[in-house]
Structure formats: C-alpha cells, structure tokens
Write a new protein. Structure first.
Length: 184
C-alpha cells in the first residue's frame, strides 16, 4: 500500500507555458522515478467532460456525428461537451443533451467517472444515463455542425466493437450500459 501512495517524481520547477479559457499547459522540470532529469508536460482542464447516453423505452439511443478538428476526421459519439467545474455536472449534462439533440429527460443516473488521458492531463469525465425522454429542437453551438442518428442500443455497442466509435467517453458509456442493462 505504501508504494501505491508514494510519489516517485520530484518536481524541480514548473512554468505555465499556455493558457486559454478551456485549458492551460504547464511544463515541469522533473527527476523521474529512475533518477533521470527531464521535462513533463501537463494539460490542466478548466471544465469537466460530460457525456450522456440516452436510452428510450424501446432501447434506442442517439449518437452525434461531427468532424473533430484535432483528429482531422469524423467521429460518432454520445452527446457530450464541457461543464464548468464549479457547476453541478447534472446541470451541464441536461444543457448539453438539449443543445445537441433537443432531448430532455426526466430520469438521470450517473453511471461512470473516468480520467480521460491521465498520462498528460487532469481531465475528468462524468457519464450520465438519460431516460424517460421528451423531444424538441436541438440548439447546437456555433462551433458545432452536428448530425443526429437514432439507432438500437445494441447497434451502437457493435459500432464500439467494430472500432467505428472511438471517443473515450462514448466507448466507456456504451460498454458500461451494455454490462449493467443488457447482460441479464
């Protein structure tokens, strides 16, 4: 147990080298666990990553398709976005779901918390299951060009298995829901 809680890294100095409204980047001069000197870059997120897996009474779900700039490719995902750290994550989830899909839900369950890329960032993801749905018109942000797709949940699960869905929040949400709701 002692080894699990001991920090083997020594920080010599730290310098913030980039900062905007969403992230900051800090470069640390370090001594690594084997005693070598080096640098470690750390991305600090100013928002929580919020993901929502939607499930209706007929076991259909909704995916959002969009071009992801960092990947330079199109991505199918559960509805997701950022939520300010100081705001209740459920409020952010409700806002994101409505913005991206026009869907509101009366039943919300937090199903997973994950670290999205813990080797370089402190980003935390929170995934909710939304059920007991009502439908309206989506209101995407100006930076979003979204395509909505309604499909049977098990088809979305197969898309994960086939590598068609690779977004980490989406993969975690779909696998978690498959285990907790569809393995009986």
């Amino acid at each position: 147990m002692e080894k699990e809680n001991r920090n083997p890294w020594k920080t010599l100095s730290s310098k913030k080298i980039y900062d905007n409204s969403w992230i900051s980047l800090t470069e640390h001069q370090v001594i690594n666990p084997s005693g070598g000197q080096g640098i470690y870059g750390e991305v600090n997120f100013k928002n929580l990553a919020i993901g929502i897996i939607v499930l209706d009474e007929n076991n259909y779900t909704w995916l959002v398709g969009q071009y992801r700039f960092p990947l330079k490719s199109y991505s199918w995902e559960i509805p997701e976005g950022g939520g300010p750290i100081q705001i209740d994550p459920l409020m952010s989830a409700k806002r994101e779901l409505f913005e991206e899909t026009g869907i509101s839900a009366n039943s919300w369950t937090e199903i997973q918390r994950i670290h999205l890329s813990n080797s370089v960032s402190d980003e935390i993801g929170i995934i909710f299951l939304a059920q007991d749905l009502s439908y309206g018109e989506s209101e995407p942000e100006e930076t979003e060009e979204l395509v909505l797709r309604k499909l049977p949940f098990l088809e979305a699960y197969q898309m994960v298995l086939d590598g068609e869905i690779t977004d980490s929040l989406s993969v975690a949400a779909i696998l978690k829901l498959k285990i907790t709701h569809f393995n009986s």
